[in-house]
Ligand binder design. Structure first.
Ligand code: C2E
Ligand code: MG
Ligand code: MG
Length: 683
């Protein structure tokens, strides 16, 4: 502002100086002219009335202006010399530095004729007057400039600084009152002088408000998306964990109870595979919606994973009421769904854990939420392994079961590296000749601490963890190598049956693995039989049928194990390229006392004959069973009556001891023709 005012003042001063200096010069020159004219008139008058000879004047001629006078006649003869004439040489006067003395030549008329008068004028007085005049003007212009500067300063303050200041304060005020949010529009009327700028500001503020509203909507959406599941719009795992921790804190501070339910759809994979993912998604969304509607607003319903939901029931008065809620959850989830012409029915398993009953309240508060969900997961696992479509309340026993299971998993991983497995061989005999036809390879685990672990206990775990792939390959290699060795020892027609898990079947690597193993062991494909359980076959019959066809083409034999327990569809049986049916030992055990079992065994034998398959009876424990099977035309028997599973040395010793010997090529051919006869005659 000061700079601006100074500039204005200086500019005004400059303009005035530009105007006043020529005026002063003109005025000075005018004064000199008028002085000359006055003096000339005075002289002219004085000379005209004087006597030319004496040149005497009544009045003094010299004054402040005319300081010297020289009068010459027409012949240039000096008639008069008065005052400062400086030797009446003007140039000399100038040379002497008397700048203020100026000379003027005048032709004057006297009564006797014309004379030349040379007047010497002192202009210093005029010069001083002019200088004073200039100084006066300068002072006036200085004053005018100062006034102009002050006026411009005042105008700047009044019309610019003060409105801008008030605009700025309006903006600041609106910003402060907006508490960090987008400022409110400012009051345009209050900023009359800068109305246009204020309106411009308001337009900018409005734009800013609009874009921050959009940002806010975006933020809200992102916030929602970060904490909610897109399919069901229920809280996701992150939000659930926060809600759970808050529930734990609240329950501790108010000393109240709550229950956590883990809800998992049963056979959801089947729904997805059968009806497609769209239907599966619809079902998940529907279950989520029903759970949300069923629970109170204070409760929490969240989706954790694909088909897994979690519910927190708050302020539970009585832990047994959780069971009622679980029943309701199951009923609500199970009522049918209509979707695109499908009527779907879901079933759920529920695991329940109560707070604080099921947790170690002494532990870190932050861990309590995690513990209660883990407990509910343990209970859910129990519900699933007990056959699904049920709820289970968490118990400590379940936890120890789970811990044991986890330990088993860990030990299994080490067992393979530490060579804790061994393959045993259970001999099989031709029922008619009683000659040994070969054996079934059965894996054994000698646990360094727990001793012998049954394959029934660890094979399912090995299947779930995928260890069975590596383990199965090792079993096959060991069995093939040993059988080839025994064949080399003279038991050339000995074959071996190896159990193949459903996991190995669906792995997609079975055929190359078996082919490689046969090649490495030198065993002929015809000496190997692969056993797959009936339940595994029926799990995904179409896929198994194509795998079985590939294996069969390769030359090895295929058997359906535990036949009669897995609800085989006879329509499928026709399409299975299998050579052998193994009747499950459960039907053999009571064969002498249970007529139903007799009927089943007869039916299986009938099927075997019909489809041209050999039938092996498992679990033959006495002579009576063996004779019955023989009378029914069963081909092969396996069981404790013949031998328990033996390690490889024991197996060799058994072969050497077995009184009926091992089948030879001749007896094999004989037996085959006998089989055919029996099939033809039916006896
Ligand atoms: P499986 O394949 O049906 O094997 C027959 C089971 O019955 C064997 O049990 C055998 O020891 C037992 N057994 C045989 N004869 C008799 C008898 O007269 N009386 C009684 N009470 N039992 C008899 P093990 O070895 O405990 O195997 C159980 C199951 O574990 C097998 O049933 C099979 O499903 C699975 N398994 C065993 N070894 C392997 C293997 O190497 N790989 C795979 N994937 N599974 C195996
Ligand atoms: Mg078997
Ligand atoms: Mg079996």
């Amino acid at each position: 502002m000061l700079v601006f005012s100074s500039i204005v003042a200086l500019s005004v001063l400059f303009v005035q100086v530009l105007l006043f200096v020529p005026a002063a010069i003109t005025q000075y020159q005018g004064s000199v002219q008028s002085m000359y004219a006055t003096e000339q008139a005075k002289l002219s008058q004085a000379l005209s009335i004087t006597n030319n000879e004496s040149l005497e004047f009544s009045a003094p001629l010299l004054n402040d202006a005319l300081v010297g006078l020289v009068v010459l006649d027409s012949d240039q003869q000096l008639l008069l010399e008065m005052g400062e004439t400086l030797g009446y040489e003007l140039n000399a006067a100038e040379q002497q530095g008397s700048e203020s003395i100026k000379s003027l030549k005048m032709e004057l008329q006297t009564s006797t004729g014309s004379v030349t008068a040379l007047g010497f004028f002192d202009t210093s007085r005029l010069w001083v007057a002019s200088k004073s005049f200039v100084i006066f003007l300068m002072l006036v212009s200085l004053l005018v400039s100062v006034v102009a500067g002050l006026c411009s300063g005042w105008a700047t303050i009044r019309y610019f600084i003060s409105p801008v200041d008030s605009l700025t304060s309006s903006l600041r005020g609106s910003r402060e009152s907006s508490e960090g949010q987008t400022p409110e529009p400012i009051d345009v009327d209050a900023n009359e002088d800068l109305k246009l700028i204020a309106e411009e500001f308001n337009a900018l503020i409005e734009e800013q408000r609009k874009s921050s509203r959009q940002v806010k909507v975006k933020q809200q959406y992102l916030e929602f998306a970060a904490h909610h599941d897109p399919l069901t719009h229920l809280p996701n795992r992150l939000m659930f964990e926060n809600a759970l921790n808050a529930t734990v804190e609240d329950a501790i501070s108010r000393n109240v109870q709550f229950a956590v339910f883990l809800v998992d759809l049963d056979n959801f994979k089947f729904f997805n595979d059968q009806y497609g993912h769209l239907v599966g998604d619809k079902m998940v969304a529907e279950v989520g919606n029903r759970l949300r509607t069923m629970m109170r607003d204070v409760d929490v319903v969240a989706r954790l994973d694909g088909d897994e939901f979690v519910v927190i029931q708050k302020d539970v008065q009585d832990p047994s009421s959780a069971e009622e809620v679980a029943k309701r959850i199951m009923t609500v989830a199970a009522s049918p769904y209509e979707y695109r012409g499908f009527t779907l029915k879901a079933a759920v398993s529920v695991g329940i854990s109560n707070f604080p009953t099921d947790v170690h309240v002494s532990q870190d508060e932050k861990m309590l939420g995690e513990e209660i969900v883990n407990n509910a997961a343990v209970a859910l696992q129990e519900a699933k392994s007990n056959g699904k479509n049920q709820y289970q309340l968490f118990t400590e026993k379940m936890r120890s079961k789970l811990t044991a299971r986890i330990r088993l998993e860990q030990d299994l991983k080490l067992a393979l590296q530490d060579k804790q497995f061994e393959v045993f061989y259970q001999p099989k005999i031709n029922i008619h000749t009683r000659q040994c036809t070969g054996s079934e390879a059965l894996v054994r685990w000698r646990h360094p601490v727990n001793g012998f672990v049954s394959p029934e206990a660890f094979v399912p775990v090995a299947e779930e963890t995928g260890i069975i792939i590596e383990l199965g390959e090792w079993i096959l290699q060991t069995a093939c190598n040993r059988t080839y060795e025994l064949q080399q020892k003279g038991y050339e027609n000995l074959n071996v049956a190896v159990n193949i898990s459903a996991v190995q079947f669906t792995d997609g690597n079975l055929l190359p693995m078996v082919a490689r193993t046969l090649e490495e062991s030198n065993l002929k494909a015809g000496s190997l039989e692969l056993e797959i359980t009936e339940s595994a076959v029926m799990h995904d019959p179409e896929e198994v049928i194509s795998s079985l066809h590939e294996l069969s083409k390769f030359g090895m034999r295929l058997a359906i194990d535990d036949f009669g327990t897995g609800y085989s569809s006879l329509a499928y049986l026709k399409r299975f390229p299998v050579n052998t049916l193994k009747i499950d030992r459960a039907f053999i055990t009571d064969i002498s006392s249970d007529n139903d079992d007799v009927a089943i065994v007869e039916a299986v034998l009938g099927l075997g004959k019909h489809f041209n398959m050999k039938v092996v009876a498992e679990g033959v424990e006495d002579e009576e069973q063996l004779n019955f099977l023989k009378s029914q035309g069963c081909d092969i028997a396996q069981g404790y009556f013949i031998s328990k599973p033996l390690n490889s040395e024991q197996y060799l010793a058994w072969l050497e001891r077995w009184p009926y010997g091992v089948q030879t090529s001749d007896s094999q051919a004989e037996s085959q023709s006998l089989d055919e006869d029996i099939r033809k005659t039916g006896t």
